[in-house]
Design a binder for this molecule. Structure first.
Ligand code: DAT
Ligand code: MG
Length: 137
């Protein structure tokens, strides 16, 4: 069944020059790109996106990090796109939960700068696509 997932190529990945590599991995996997835009996230978009983490110790730093520099937001599409991209991303902590061959496992060092976001469920994907690409929702 074809699914859509909301992916962010986070500001650390863009600044480090990994945009091309991450897009290439998405394409090599066979996922298609239904929408894509480079932008600097506003406070309100970032807060909506990370609403589930409000109140956690890392929340303020997370919002500061995600709004500070440009990122690339995408909607990817394909069979089991949500799980496929979560596997490609690897664990949240790119060292303790390193998955060799994954984006975070290969390229990341710090949990707070872990290169990519991918929706974790169909409900999250619908919610996040509505936040970043309301025209597609
Ligand atoms: P994921 O991005 O793997 O879905 P999450 O939803 O638990 O992970 O957290 C969202 C983001 O918040 C995560 O990508 C990086 C940041 N984060 C999570 N836990 C953190 C921590 N303990 N310290 C610093 N940043 C953290
Ligand atoms: Mg998450």
């Amino acid at each position: 069944m074809t699914e859509r997932s909301l992916v962010l190529i986070k500001p650390d990945a863009v600044a480090r020059g990994h945009l091309g590599e991450i897009l290439a991995r998405i394409e090599r996997k066979g996922l298609s790109i239904a929408a894509m835009e480079m932008r600097t996230a506003t406070e309100s978009v970032a807060a909506a996106h990370y609403a589930e983490h409000e109140g956690k110790p890392f929340y303020a730093g997370l919002l500061e990090f995600i709004t500070a520099r440009p990122l690339v937001a995408l909607v990817i599409e394909g069979p089991r796109a949500i799980a496929a991209f979560r596997q490609m991303a690897g664990g949240t902590d790119p060292v303790e939960k390193a998955v060799p061959g994954s984006i975070r496992g290969d390229l990341g060092l710090v949990t707070g700068e872990n290169l990519v976001h991918g929706s974790d469920s169909p409900e999250s994907a619908a919610r996040e696509i509505a936040i970043w690409f309301p025209q597609l929702a």
